[in-house]
Design a protein around this ligand. Sequence first.
Ligand code: LER
Ligand code: MN
Length: 272
Amino acid sequence: MIKTAITVSLVEQARGGPFVLWDGVEKGCQTAASLGYDAIELFAPGPDVVPVDTLRELLSKNNIGIAAVGTGAGMVIHQLNLCDPDADRRDKAKRFIESMIRYGAQFGVPAIIGSMQGRWGGDISREQAFEWLRSALNELGEIAGNEGVPLIYEPLNRYETNMCNTVAQGVDLCQSLTSKHVKLLADVFHMGIEEADPAAAMSAGKGFIGHVHFVDSNRSAAGMGHLNLEAIAKALIDTGYDRYVSAECFPKPDADTAAKNTIEAYKRLFPR
Ligand code: LER
Ligand code: MN
């Protein structure tokens, strides 16, 4: 069964970004639970901001789960990424991601590498950047595997990275890794920009997809843009995917409307 999640951001520096709930983790859990979501997806400044026990209590009190934890704060707050020309900063990027993997693992959920993957260019060749990215994913993938969770790698659209932009490129990357614990995040917003046929791309990701940001063309809530979400959802269901679809969308026209519209669309597209 496909489960539903909604993003909660605690990262002030990311205001204006594609996260729905911004009023703290307690309120986020309450709102998500009251609307019938299965889980929150947490975007936090680091692993120490919401102590594990505190979050455990909040989740249990609100009878809600957690789907995944983001690592983008490493980029947004500390400007760290895995393709930084400076070896010390690349290592700091890995250690930040490791800290989030270990945090998420205490809830049995994966960490997501999106913007922290970085990019090639300037003095850094494409080959060099991919070597660093592969090496980091192998190292971090093994750490995740030893913690009993996958590590999630997210292809992004061309305006955010020049590493992997499509699901097929992500599949190639996963196949080139020695670690078998790295899965892909299929973000339907990025797919709407990069894929010739998002539904076909979803099908081709069968077996490799470990998390989904299920939103619309304009990064609004599912149903508020122009993608053929019925076809994309059907393709995802047909792959046998049974993890989360998550609302990583703008809180437009406001958070409540985005959250309500998303869960209504999820109930329609992913009937139980
Ligand atoms: C960034 O555009 C994105 O989709 C996030 O999930 C990555 O941090
Ligand atoms: Mn995303």
